[in-house]
Write a protein that binds this ligand. Sequence first.
Ligand SMILES: Cc1cc2nc3c(=O)[nH]c(=O)nc-3n(C[C@H](O)[C@H](O)[C@H](O)COP(=O)(O)OP(=O)(O)OC[C@H]3O[C@@H](n4cnc5c(N)ncnc54)[C@H](O)[C@@H]3O)c2cc1C
Length: 435
Amino acid sequence: MKRRQLLLAGGAGALGGLLAACGGGEPADVQTLADGREGALAVGAASAARVVIVGGGMAGGTLAKYLRLWSNGTIDVTLVERDARYTSCILSSLVLTGQRTLGSLRFTYDALRTKYGVKVVTGEVVEVDAAAARVRLADGTSLQGDRLVLATGIDFDPVPGLSNPNRMPHAWKAGAQTTLLASQLAAMPSGGTVVMTIPKVPYRCPPGPYERACLLADWLKARKPGSKLLVLDANPDFVTEKDNFSRAFFDLHGGVIEYRTNAEVLSADAASMTVTTSQGKVHGDVINLIPRQRAPAIIAGAGLANATEGRFAAVDVLSYASTAAPLVHVIGDSSATLQPKAGHIANQEAKVCADALLRIFAGEDPDPAPVTNSACFSTITMTKASWLEAVFQYDPAARTMVAVPAASGASDGWNGDYFEDMGKWFRALMADSLG
Ligand SMILES: Cc1cc2nc3c(=O)[nH]c(=O)nc-3n(C[C@H](O)[C@H](O)[C@H](O)COP(=O)(O)OP(=O)(O)OC[C@H]3O[C@@H](n4cnc5c(N)ncnc54)[C@H](O)[C@@H]3O)c2cc1C
């Protein structure tokens, strides 16, 4: 199969033909696109090229695999990841309701190493030299690429007053905080109040907080009768999939969920278990505080956080090259594009980037008309899901990826079949990214 066919097959074919989307990318004014096209690297043959990737998540793992696959193993790919295994955020809210274990969301890097010949280094990158395409690890090692790709995901703004974030876990990076929040919820007496906060856009997985709220509301009804879920949204309205989420919030779960908009978190106090917002102070027995998000500090430290008020990296979406450093590419949640910050999109961006790098190493320009797609299933109850789909294509006038309305849409409601499809979609996406 040719590269271009595979780019599309990664969504529509391999993922079972069901394209669904996380809506809501960056605001339209955050794009600062490169002035010019990048030139060919000074490496003559593809066999000479070395790519260093930081971050072995949905974006970095997919990139490492497809660079090796599409180059027939001629590109030298080193993947640096701080954790020995990847833990998927996708489906991690089901850990809160006891429907999945964190172990079922863990994936090794064995296939990248053994099937594709990726050099996987377990380590923490502490410094990026963007001009030189070089990184330094915590153990002092330096890694030099002809191109450097940063696929580092997100980090969180500190919350004023909250010295111990574990008292109000975000559980927005799957891991220890996910099991911590699950145990806090399990220990809460019936009739208690759970508070969940939703940060201002752009944040990781636009439908994610709303689907978590629906799932928790359903769980509270069954396991903690008489409890309430107070959802404090910093945004003026549902960020995405409004039809399904508003029906779920106000009708299906109306007796449990109270939804307040324009409620931005200003500070938190763990001793009194209160959160102060722009709409007043609230108390919760359990507080799931999801802070505002940004690319990790190494991106800002390298001078690459030049979009979204200095939060994320502006890129040329034909190759995902940083607009600030032409030898560095930024993919996945760390980059600023009009596509949502989502695992499915991270996988797609990685394939566009892999294709572009191969062309660049061969002395060609990147594909001038990339297409990506995005999928999100949302748990509306513990057994039923909805879905949202979108396809994005390059707009040469705006030099950005824009949603194609005719190829985008959402399910009309939710059912058990979509819940089952969610599991199939997840297995296919993970196999495509890290398998
Ligand atoms: C509850 C929840 C539900 C979600 N549901 C969906 C869904 O249904 N569909 C969907 O498409 N998306 C979903 N998402 C979003 C999805 O998980 C993210 O968008 C996706 O993981 C982004 O991929 P990434 O590669 O950019 O970041 P990540 O997958 O987070 O990978 C980044 C990697 O970089 C590593 N790293 C970072 N800094 C360094 C460093 N300095 N040195 C070494 N390693 C480093 C990290 O350890 C991590 O492994 C969900 C997210 C959440 C929180």
